[in-house]
Write a protein that binds this ligand. Sequence first.
Ligand code: FES
Length: 316
Amino acid sequence: MAKPIKHLQTLVRQIEEPLPGVKRLVLADEDDWRLPAFKPGAHIDLHLGNGLVRTYSLCNDPSDCRRYVVAVKREEVGRGGSRHIHDVLRVGDSIGVSVPRGGLELLPQSMNVFIAGGIGVTPFISAILALEREGKANYILHWASAGEPSLIDMLGPALKAGRAHLYNTHTGNPPDIRAILQACGEDTKAFCCGPGRMLDAFEAAVAGWPEHRKHVERFVAPKIIPMSTDQPYEVVLAKSGRESVVLPEVGLLATLEAMGADVSVSCGGGICGACRTRWLEGPPIHRDRVLSPEEREHEVIVCVAGCSGRRLVLDL
Ligand code: FES
């Protein structure tokens, strides 16, 4: 059975602007009930109205389930989600959020190295708050920002303990990612979240590392280019019996939307997991950065997937 798409209604309790261009939202149940639990660095989708769905990392301590805190940088040339949050959303507004998903698999005993660029620090703030609360010192943060860092007030203990290194790229050099990672022990796990150039440098530096020792967190979806070898295929929605043909130039997601399928979409680029769906017949061509090999045996990220057979049957 397809996972039900669960949303809950929250109220915007607080909006702060810790630095111009960055808004920090505190969302809570309207009666202050506990919200679903989350792991450090988990994401939620914000349902902003008019079908606008955007995914953000939670940046509060996971032990505090009475609120969800997200930080949003205004992107002038983005797709409109951050501008809506900055310009339209007000304290007291009701906002739909998904249940949290994903999160960072931290090493409980060995070293966790976080490398962040700008607002990409948010998933690591949540992880650091959790580690600090547990009295653990097995992490180090390297955080680059173009100018003053925006959420510095959330990292007091880490800064005081010398476990957070800041790099202002307006006045100095960015972190030397290769050198940082070369100095790591064999049992270290490295995490990176930031702009594309930083992620590329990180991926090059950890190319020879085993998968379980590295984690890349993307918030900008890579462009998916249809392959010239892609063939049309039939998509079938098992629950409603609806069928349609997916043309390579149209793609699966647009076809599903035209069929009125109930699929939640946020990034549209295979990085957030909002559109994961069970498949029954295929096989699909997986192009996401979300699912593990085991999950791919039953699920597919439909915003970027294709099909290598003649028929893709989805549990929708
Ligand atoms: S909408 Fe984000 S992975 Fe499909």
